[in-house]
Write a protein that binds this ligand. Structure first.
Ligand code: SAH
Length: 350
Protein backbone atom coordinates (compact mmCIF):
# COMPACT_ATOMS: atom_id res chain seq x y z
CA UNK A 1 0.00 0.00 0.00
CA UNK A 2 1.19 3.55 -0.70
CA UNK A 3 -0.10 6.82 0.74
CA UNK A 4 -1.45 7.65 -2.72
CA UNK A 5 -3.50 4.44 -2.74
CA UNK A 6 -4.71 5.07 0.83
CA UNK A 7 -5.83 8.60 -0.07
CA UNK A 8 -7.54 7.39 -3.26
CA UNK A 9 -9.47 4.78 -1.25
CA UNK A 10 -10.50 7.40 1.29
CA UNK A 11 -11.67 9.77 -1.47
CA UNK A 12 -13.61 6.94 -3.16
CA UNK A 13 -15.39 6.25 0.15
CA UNK A 14 -16.11 9.78 1.38
CA UNK A 15 -15.63 12.11 -1.61
CA UNK A 16 -12.97 14.78 -2.24
CA UNK A 17 -11.02 15.85 0.88
CA UNK A 18 -9.95 19.33 2.04
CA UNK A 19 -6.37 20.52 1.54
CA UNK A 20 -6.06 20.40 5.34
CA UNK A 21 -6.87 16.68 5.42
CA UNK A 22 -4.53 16.11 2.48
CA UNK A 23 -1.63 18.05 4.10
CA UNK A 24 -2.11 16.37 7.47
CA UNK A 25 -1.78 12.88 5.97
CA UNK A 26 1.08 13.81 3.63
CA UNK A 27 3.14 15.36 6.42
CA UNK A 28 2.30 13.30 9.49
CA UNK A 29 0.69 9.94 8.54
CA UNK A 30 2.36 7.54 11.03
CA UNK A 31 3.65 5.15 8.35
CA UNK A 32 3.97 7.31 5.22
CA UNK A 33 4.08 10.95 6.39
CA UNK A 34 6.90 13.17 5.20
CA UNK A 35 8.05 14.29 8.68
CA UNK A 36 7.06 11.04 10.37
CA UNK A 37 9.56 9.06 8.32
CA UNK A 38 12.67 11.19 7.72
CA UNK A 39 15.04 14.05 8.57
CA UNK A 40 14.51 16.35 5.56
CA UNK A 41 16.97 19.14 6.41
CA UNK A 42 20.23 20.37 4.92
CA UNK A 43 22.04 20.40 1.60
CA UNK A 44 21.54 16.65 1.08
CA UNK A 45 17.87 16.83 2.09
CA UNK A 46 14.93 18.81 0.76
CA UNK A 47 15.32 22.24 2.32
CA UNK A 48 17.54 24.31 4.63
CA UNK A 49 16.25 26.45 7.48
CA UNK A 50 17.74 29.49 9.24
CA UNK A 51 19.17 27.61 12.26
CA UNK A 52 20.81 25.14 9.86
CA UNK A 53 22.39 28.05 7.96
CA UNK A 54 24.05 29.64 10.98
CA UNK A 55 24.39 29.26 14.76
CA UNK A 56 23.88 33.05 14.97
CA UNK A 57 20.13 32.67 14.36
CA UNK A 58 19.50 30.59 17.51
CA UNK A 59 22.03 32.55 19.57
CA UNK A 60 20.49 35.96 18.84
CA UNK A 61 16.85 34.86 19.20
CA UNK A 62 17.75 32.90 22.33
CA UNK A 63 19.35 35.94 23.94
CA UNK A 64 16.31 38.04 22.98
CA UNK A 65 14.08 35.48 24.71
CA UNK A 66 16.29 35.51 27.81
CA UNK A 67 16.25 39.32 27.89
CA UNK A 68 12.43 39.18 27.91
CA UNK A 69 12.64 36.78 30.87
CA UNK A 70 14.89 39.24 32.74
CA UNK A 71 12.64 42.19 31.79
CA UNK A 72 9.67 40.35 33.30
CA UNK A 73 11.41 39.77 36.63
CA UNK A 74 12.94 36.34 35.93
CA UNK A 75 9.88 34.19 36.78
CA UNK A 76 10.81 30.76 38.19
CA UNK A 77 10.04 28.12 37.25
CA UNK A 78 9.14 28.92 33.66
CA UNK A 79 8.49 26.91 30.51
CA UNK A 80 11.11 27.22 27.78
CA UNK A 81 9.41 25.77 24.71
CA UNK A 82 9.99 25.24 21.01
CA UNK A 83 7.40 24.24 18.43
CA UNK A 84 8.68 21.92 15.68
CA UNK A 85 12.38 21.88 16.64
CA UNK A 86 13.56 19.95 13.53
CA UNK A 87 17.10 18.77 14.24
CA UNK A 88 17.21 20.63 17.58
CA UNK A 89 19.87 23.01 16.28
CA UNK A 90 18.08 26.24 17.23
CA UNK A 91 17.46 25.01 20.80
CA UNK A 92 21.06 23.81 21.15
CA UNK A 93 22.34 27.23 20.03
CA UNK A 94 19.87 29.00 22.33
CA UNK A 95 20.93 26.87 25.32
CA UNK A 96 24.63 27.50 24.69
CA UNK A 97 24.13 31.26 24.25
CA UNK A 98 22.08 31.62 27.45
CA UNK A 99 24.44 29.56 29.66
CA UNK A 100 25.86 32.68 31.31
CA UNK A 101 22.53 34.28 32.25
CA UNK A 102 22.22 33.86 36.01
CA UNK A 103 19.30 31.62 36.96
CA UNK A 104 17.96 31.05 33.44
CA UNK A 105 18.92 27.40 33.09
CA UNK A 106 18.04 26.60 36.70
CA UNK A 107 14.52 28.01 36.30
CA UNK A 108 13.73 26.67 32.83
CA UNK A 109 11.57 23.60 32.22
CA UNK A 110 12.28 22.59 28.65
CA UNK A 111 9.34 21.44 26.51
CA UNK A 112 9.54 20.49 22.83
CA UNK A 113 6.37 20.13 20.74
CA UNK A 114 7.22 17.62 18.01
CA UNK A 115 5.07 15.17 16.09
CA UNK A 116 7.82 13.15 14.43
CA UNK A 117 9.41 10.28 16.39
CA UNK A 118 12.40 10.32 14.01
CA UNK A 119 13.07 13.99 14.70
CA UNK A 120 12.45 13.64 18.47
CA UNK A 121 15.41 11.26 18.70
CA UNK A 122 17.71 13.74 16.96
CA UNK A 123 16.50 16.58 19.18
CA UNK A 124 17.27 14.58 22.32
CA UNK A 125 20.86 14.14 21.12
CA UNK A 126 21.23 17.78 20.04
CA UNK A 127 20.21 19.29 23.39
CA UNK A 128 21.98 16.74 25.63
CA UNK A 129 22.64 16.83 28.55
CA UNK A 130 19.60 19.08 29.15
CA UNK A 131 16.47 17.19 30.21
CA UNK A 132 13.28 17.94 28.27
CA UNK A 133 9.70 16.77 27.86
CA UNK A 134 8.29 16.10 24.41
CA UNK A 135 4.67 16.99 23.73
CA UNK A 136 2.34 16.23 20.80
CA UNK A 137 0.54 19.58 20.84
CA UNK A 138 0.94 23.07 22.34
CA UNK A 139 -2.18 22.74 24.49
CA UNK A 140 -0.22 20.24 26.65
CA UNK A 141 2.25 23.00 27.69
CA UNK A 142 2.20 23.67 31.46
CA UNK A 143 0.02 26.48 32.74
CA UNK A 144 2.90 28.78 33.78
CA UNK A 145 5.10 31.58 32.38
CA UNK A 146 5.95 30.60 28.81
CA UNK A 147 8.98 31.67 26.78
CA UNK A 148 8.56 30.06 23.36
CA UNK A 149 10.23 30.01 20.00
CA UNK A 150 9.06 28.57 16.67
CA UNK A 151 10.87 28.70 13.35
CA UNK A 152 9.19 27.34 10.21
CA UNK A 153 6.59 25.48 12.29
CA UNK A 154 3.39 27.27 11.34
CA UNK A 155 3.97 26.93 7.57
CA UNK A 156 3.71 23.15 8.00
CA UNK A 157 0.25 23.23 9.59
CA UNK A 158 -2.67 22.18 7.38
CA UNK A 159 -4.52 24.94 5.53
CA UNK A 160 -7.93 25.20 3.90
CA UNK A 161 -8.10 27.18 0.68
CA UNK A 162 -11.10 29.11 -0.67
CA UNK A 163 -11.81 30.91 -3.94
CA UNK A 164 -14.19 33.86 -3.71
CA UNK A 165 -17.39 33.71 -5.77
CA UNK A 166 -20.15 36.30 -6.01
CA UNK A 167 -22.33 34.16 -3.72
CA UNK A 168 -19.75 32.93 -1.25
CA UNK A 169 -16.70 30.68 -1.25
CA UNK A 170 -15.67 27.58 -3.25
CA UNK A 171 -13.29 25.32 -1.28
CA UNK A 172 -10.36 23.50 -2.85
CA UNK A 173 -10.78 19.75 -2.40
CA UNK A 174 -8.58 16.90 -3.55
CA UNK A 175 -10.29 14.25 -5.67
CA UNK A 176 -9.23 11.52 -8.09
CA UNK A 177 -9.38 11.97 -11.87
CA UNK A 178 -8.12 9.23 -14.22
CA UNK A 179 -6.26 7.61 -11.32
CA UNK A 180 -4.46 10.86 -10.37
CA UNK A 181 -4.98 13.02 -7.29
CA UNK A 182 -6.26 16.37 -8.52
CA UNK A 183 -7.50 19.56 -6.84
CA UNK A 184 -10.97 20.86 -7.68
CA UNK A 185 -13.44 23.41 -6.34
CA UNK A 186 -16.72 22.82 -4.49
CA UNK A 187 -19.85 24.79 -5.39
CA UNK A 188 -19.99 28.23 -3.77
CA UNK A 189 -21.51 28.41 -0.29
CA UNK A 190 -21.52 31.05 2.45
CA UNK A 191 -18.66 30.47 4.94
CA UNK A 192 -19.11 32.62 8.07
CA UNK A 193 -15.43 32.41 9.24
CA UNK A 194 -14.54 34.32 6.04
CA UNK A 195 -17.33 36.91 6.20
CA UNK A 196 -14.77 39.57 7.17
CA UNK A 197 -12.80 38.83 3.97
CA UNK A 198 -15.78 39.70 1.75
CA UNK A 199 -14.75 43.32 2.28
CA UNK A 200 -11.20 43.12 0.93
CA UNK A 201 -11.55 40.44 -1.79
CA UNK A 202 -13.24 40.21 -5.19
CA UNK A 203 -14.69 37.21 -7.08
CA UNK A 204 -11.84 34.97 -8.20
CA UNK A 205 -9.54 35.91 -5.29
CA UNK A 206 -8.02 33.10 -3.21
CA UNK A 207 -7.81 33.13 0.60
CA UNK A 208 -6.29 30.52 2.92
CA UNK A 209 -7.03 29.79 6.57
CA UNK A 210 -5.09 27.62 9.00
CA UNK A 211 -7.35 26.54 11.87
CA UNK A 212 -4.54 24.58 13.59
CA UNK A 213 -2.30 27.67 13.57
CA UNK A 214 -4.86 30.01 15.10
CA UNK A 215 -5.80 27.40 17.72
CA UNK A 216 -2.11 26.94 18.63
CA UNK A 217 -1.50 30.68 18.94
CA UNK A 218 -4.64 31.08 21.06
CA UNK A 219 -3.42 28.45 23.55
CA UNK A 220 0.09 29.98 23.73
CA UNK A 221 -1.25 33.52 23.98
CA UNK A 222 -3.55 32.59 26.87
CA UNK A 223 -0.60 31.32 28.92
CA UNK A 224 1.47 34.43 28.16
CA UNK A 225 -1.41 36.80 28.97
CA UNK A 226 -2.10 34.98 32.26
CA UNK A 227 1.39 34.14 33.56
CA UNK A 228 3.85 36.25 31.52
CA UNK A 229 6.31 35.19 28.87
CA UNK A 230 6.85 35.80 25.19
CA UNK A 231 6.53 33.91 21.89
CA UNK A 232 8.91 34.56 19.00
CA UNK A 233 7.35 33.16 15.83
CA UNK A 234 9.47 33.22 12.66
CA UNK A 235 8.19 32.04 9.31
CA UNK A 236 7.61 33.01 5.69
CA UNK A 237 4.39 34.75 4.90
CA UNK A 238 2.77 38.11 5.27
CA UNK A 239 0.05 40.23 6.82
CA UNK A 240 -3.39 38.96 5.68
CA UNK A 241 -3.65 35.88 3.46
CA UNK A 242 -4.06 36.60 -0.21
CA UNK A 243 -3.56 34.21 -3.12
CA UNK A 244 -2.56 30.58 -3.57
CA UNK A 245 0.57 29.87 -1.49
CA UNK A 246 0.22 26.08 -1.18
CA UNK A 247 3.51 24.56 -2.34
CA UNK A 248 5.61 21.41 -2.35
CA UNK A 249 9.39 21.27 -2.17
CA UNK A 250 11.66 18.27 -2.65
CA UNK A 251 15.44 18.28 -3.17
CA UNK A 252 15.45 22.11 -2.96
CA UNK A 253 13.03 22.48 -5.94
CA UNK A 254 9.33 23.14 -6.30
CA UNK A 255 7.36 20.04 -7.30
CA UNK A 256 3.70 19.18 -7.98
CA UNK A 257 2.08 18.88 -4.49
CA UNK A 258 -0.29 16.16 -5.71
CA UNK A 259 2.15 13.94 -7.67
CA UNK A 260 3.79 11.92 -4.91
CA UNK A 261 2.06 12.36 -1.52
CA UNK A 262 4.35 11.96 1.50
CA UNK A 263 7.52 12.46 -0.54
CA UNK A 264 7.67 16.28 -0.54
CA UNK A 265 7.42 19.00 2.09
CA UNK A 266 4.01 20.72 1.82
CA UNK A 267 3.67 24.25 3.16
CA UNK A 268 1.71 27.47 2.85
CA UNK A 269 2.57 31.05 3.70
CA UNK A 270 1.69 32.07 7.25
CA UNK A 271 -1.02 34.71 7.69
CA UNK A 272 0.47 36.69 10.58
CA UNK A 273 -2.60 38.93 10.86
CA UNK A 274 -4.71 35.84 11.64
CA UNK A 275 -2.14 34.67 14.22
CA UNK A 276 -1.99 38.08 15.91
CA UNK A 277 -5.79 38.25 16.04
CA UNK A 278 -5.94 34.80 17.69
CA UNK A 279 -3.81 35.87 20.68
CA UNK A 280 -5.14 37.87 23.65
CA UNK A 281 -1.64 39.38 24.14
CA UNK A 282 0.00 42.45 22.64
CA UNK A 283 2.10 41.76 19.54
CA UNK A 284 4.86 43.25 17.40
CA UNK A 285 5.63 42.32 13.81
CA UNK A 286 8.78 42.91 11.79
CA UNK A 287 10.95 41.18 9.19
CA UNK A 288 13.56 38.55 10.02
CA UNK A 289 16.25 40.73 8.45
CA UNK A 290 15.39 43.81 10.51
CA UNK A 291 15.15 41.76 13.70
CA UNK A 292 18.52 40.03 13.26
CA UNK A 293 20.27 43.30 12.36
CA UNK A 294 18.81 45.02 15.43
CA UNK A 295 19.89 42.07 17.57
CA UNK A 296 23.48 42.56 16.37
CA UNK A 297 24.13 39.91 13.72
CA UNK A 298 26.83 42.12 12.17
CA UNK A 299 28.68 42.37 15.49
CA UNK A 300 28.25 38.64 16.16
CA UNK A 301 29.62 37.87 12.68
CA UNK A 302 32.69 39.99 13.38
CA UNK A 303 33.22 38.41 16.82
CA UNK A 304 32.92 34.85 15.52
CA UNK A 305 35.15 35.67 12.56
CA UNK A 306 37.94 37.20 14.62
CA UNK A 307 39.91 33.97 14.96
CA UNK A 308 39.04 32.52 11.57
CA UNK A 309 41.07 32.57 8.36
CA UNK A 310 39.73 35.02 5.70
CA UNK A 311 37.61 32.42 3.92
CA UNK A 312 35.99 31.46 7.24
CA UNK A 313 34.99 35.07 7.86
CA UNK A 314 33.70 35.34 4.28
CA UNK A 315 31.55 32.25 4.89
CA UNK A 316 30.05 33.77 8.04
CA UNK A 317 29.36 37.01 6.20
CA UNK A 318 27.62 35.07 3.42
CA UNK A 319 25.44 33.28 6.00
CA UNK A 320 24.55 36.59 7.64
CA UNK A 321 23.66 38.04 4.23
CA UNK A 322 21.48 35.03 3.44
CA UNK A 323 19.53 35.46 6.69
CA UNK A 324 19.07 39.23 6.44
CA UNK A 325 19.20 40.47 2.82
CA UNK A 326 15.86 41.44 1.23
CA UNK A 327 16.87 39.45 -1.88
CA UNK A 328 17.38 36.32 0.28
CA UNK A 329 15.44 35.43 3.47
CA UNK A 330 15.44 38.87 5.07
CA UNK A 331 12.01 40.19 4.06
CA UNK A 332 10.06 37.09 3.01
CA UNK A 333 10.54 35.77 6.56
CA UNK A 334 8.79 37.67 9.33
CA UNK A 335 8.98 37.74 13.12
CA UNK A 336 5.77 37.97 15.13
CA UNK A 337 6.34 38.43 18.85
CA UNK A 338 3.54 37.94 21.38
CA UNK A 339 4.06 39.59 24.76
CA UNK A 340 1.92 40.64 27.72
CA UNK A 341 0.36 44.07 27.38
CA UNK A 342 2.42 46.32 29.63
CA UNK A 343 5.71 44.41 29.35
CA UNK A 344 8.42 45.79 27.05
CA UNK A 345 8.39 44.56 23.44
CA UNK A 346 11.12 41.95 22.85
CA UNK A 347 14.55 43.19 21.76
CA UNK A 348 14.92 43.26 17.99
CA UNK A 349 11.29 44.03 17.28
CA UNK A 350 11.43 47.82 17.65
N1 SAH B 1 12.28 24.57 13.44
C1 SAH B 1 13.11 23.68 12.65
C2 SAH B 1 12.29 22.71 11.79
C3 SAH B 1 11.27 23.28 10.87
S1 SAH B 1 10.41 22.03 9.93
C4 SAH B 1 14.09 24.47 11.83
O1 SAH B 1 13.94 25.68 11.74
O2 SAH B 1 15.01 23.88 11.27
C5 SAH B 1 8.89 21.77 10.81
C6 SAH B 1 9.03 21.06 12.14
O3 SAH B 1 7.73 20.98 12.73
C7 SAH B 1 9.51 19.63 12.08
O4 SAH B 1 10.25 19.36 13.25
C8 SAH B 1 8.20 18.82 12.03
O5 SAH B 1 8.35 17.48 12.40
C9 SAH B 1 7.38 19.61 13.00
N2 SAH B 1 5.93 19.51 12.81
C10 SAH B 1 5.24 19.70 11.65
N3 SAH B 1 3.92 19.61 11.86
C11 SAH B 1 3.76 19.39 13.18
C12 SAH B 1 2.61 19.23 14.02
N4 SAH B 1 1.38 19.28 13.52
N5 SAH B 1 2.80 19.01 15.34
C13 SAH B 1 4.05 18.97 15.86
N6 SAH B 1 5.18 19.12 15.11
C14 SAH B 1 5.04 19.32 13.80
Amino acid sequence: MSLKALLAARIAAQGPITLADYMADCLLHPSYGYYATRDPFGAAGDFTTAPEISQMFGELLGLALAQCWLDQGAPAPFTLAELGPGRGTLMADLLRATRGIPGFHVAMRLHLVEASPVLRAGQRAAIAPHPARWLDTADQLPDQALFLIANEFFDALPIRQFTRDAQGWCETRVGVTDGRLTPGLTAATPFPPLDHRLHDTRPGDIVEICPAATATVATIGQRIARHGGVALIVDYGGWISHGDTFQAVAAHSHVDPFADPGQADLTAHVDFAALAAASPTAHVYTTQGEALLRLGIAQRTAALGRNLPPDGLAGLQADSHRLTAPSEMGTLFKLLALHPAGSPAPPGTV
